[in-house]
Ligand binder design. Structure first.
Ligand code: NDP
Length: 362
């Protein structure tokens, strides 16, 4: 089984990885060696960490710029398996605790640079850490897309926001617009409605992409109105922040000025893959390419899970499942190199050398 897995993964090697030698001799004398490094601490990263730590591996999670990931910026979640309704931030807190309790080390650092051209893989963080990773799970998530209209950059953080759950209280009794027709847009509308005087949702098509369950929630909210076939062409403001937008009606082809003090963007996400672009294969949309039903990337030993490698489902529950799968793939990869969890455990205890070699598990 392991051998078959290895054949599948190695068969997919692209030129970028063909020179990499997975030789335990490379580890001789190395310091700061970690068996499983996870980049990102959302549902995918935490699930991978829990599985890896429970298997007895030394697991290091770099939390990244948004500890807990995008779910922490969501309001209530009603489709996390097994939990009827809970705050996204609470779900992530319990997932983080589960990983930490299992023995994963979770550090508040962000990976700035990776080098997968030799093994062990090299990773650096903005905070100055340098690590040799025997395997890497990329679970860096995605970042919110921007509209790229005039005024957006100028008033970013001064009325233009992507996080209603963070900013809603600032819009008490004010008028705001939410752009987008997906589940996130509906969520932002719901989060803003108890505070704002009026929330208008602009949907660029004649229908929303959001689930029916989410759309139904809007029905009984009095201060919400949904406008279809609407875009915004420009955001206006002054020293105090956003004051208005130019709304473009796709049906009448007319532009109309709307006085609003907040513009909330919920127009989808792009995978956070900038630092990996030269190291592994990406899909056309920038997400990490994974092989078949595995979480293997084009580089053996590097795996990806969650939104960073998902341009279809993008659900927290799916991300957690991907994370669990990624850890299984890591175990197979390391096991085929002779580094089974048992061997790793004994290396950590300092009781055993592998193939007569000595290296230092961090
Ligand atoms: P989606 O990709 O689902 O939706 C993006 C929305 O933004 C679409 O309506 C899209 O329009 C619109 N859009 C894209 N670009 C523009 C633009 N330039 N101008 C105006 N509108 C634009 O992203 P979400 O972030 O909403 O959701 C991501 C994933 O997370 C989904 O799978 C979703 O189901 C999930 N999610 C689930 C939640 C829940 O279940 N509670 C909560 C939040 C997210 P168009 O439809 O025309 O492409």
């Amino acid at each position: 089984m392991n051998r078959l897995w290895l054949v599948v993964c190695f068969a997919s090697l692209i030129s970028a990885s063909s020179d990499v030698k997975y030789d335990l001799k490379n580890l001789t004398g190395q310091r700061n060696v970690v068996s499983m490094v996870i980049i990102g601490s959302g549902p995918a990263g935490c699930a991978a960490a829990t599985y890896g730590a429970r298997a007895g591996m030394d697991v290091l999670v770099y939390e990244g710029p948004l500890p807990g990931g995008a779910l922490t910026e969501t309001g209530f979640v009603e489709n996390w398996p097994g939990i009827k309704r809970a705050k996204g931030a609470d779900i992530m807190e319990s997932q983080r605790c589960q990983a930490a309790d299992a023995g994963a080390r979770i550090v508040a650092e962000t990976v700035s640079e990776v080098n997968f051209s030799s093994w062990p893989f090299k990773l650096k963080t903005y905070e100055g850490s340098e690590i040799n990773a025997l395997s890497v799970v990329i679970a860096a998530g995605s970042s919110p897309r921007k509209l790229n209209v005039p005024g957006e950059k100028e008033f970013w953080g001064m009325g233009v926001s992507v996080c209603a759950v963070c900013d809603a209280p600032f819009y008490e009794d004010r008028e705001v617009i939410v752009i987008g027709g997906g589940d996130s847009a509906v969520e932002q509308v719901i989060q803003l409605s108890p505070y704002a005087k009026k929330v208008t949702q602009f949907v660029r098509r004649d229908a929303m992409r959001a689930s029916v369950a989410m759309q139904n929630k809007l029905r009984n909210i009095k201060n919400v109105s949904v406008e279809y076939l609407k875009d915004i062409a420009r955001i206006h403001g002054d020293d105090t922040g956003v004051t208005a937008v130019d709304a473009y009606d796709k049906k009448t082809k007319k532009i109309e000025r709307r006085n609003v003090e907040g513009v909330f963007l919920a127009i989808g996400h792009s995978a956070r893959t900038q630092i990996f672009a030269d190291e592994i294969q990406l899909e056309k949309d920038g997400s990490v390419k994974v092989l078949g039903r595995s979480q293997c990337t084009s580089m053996p030993g590097v795996f990806a899970a969650g939104d960073v490698a998902d341009n279809v489902y993008r659900q927290a529950g799916v991300a957690a499942g991907d994370g669990s799968k990624a850890e299984r793939d890591v175990e197979h990869f390391l096991g085929d190199l002779g580094l089974t969890p048992t061997v790793i455990r004994s290396l950590r205890d300092g009781t055993r050398k592998v193939s007569g070699l000595k290296f230092y598990l961090n």
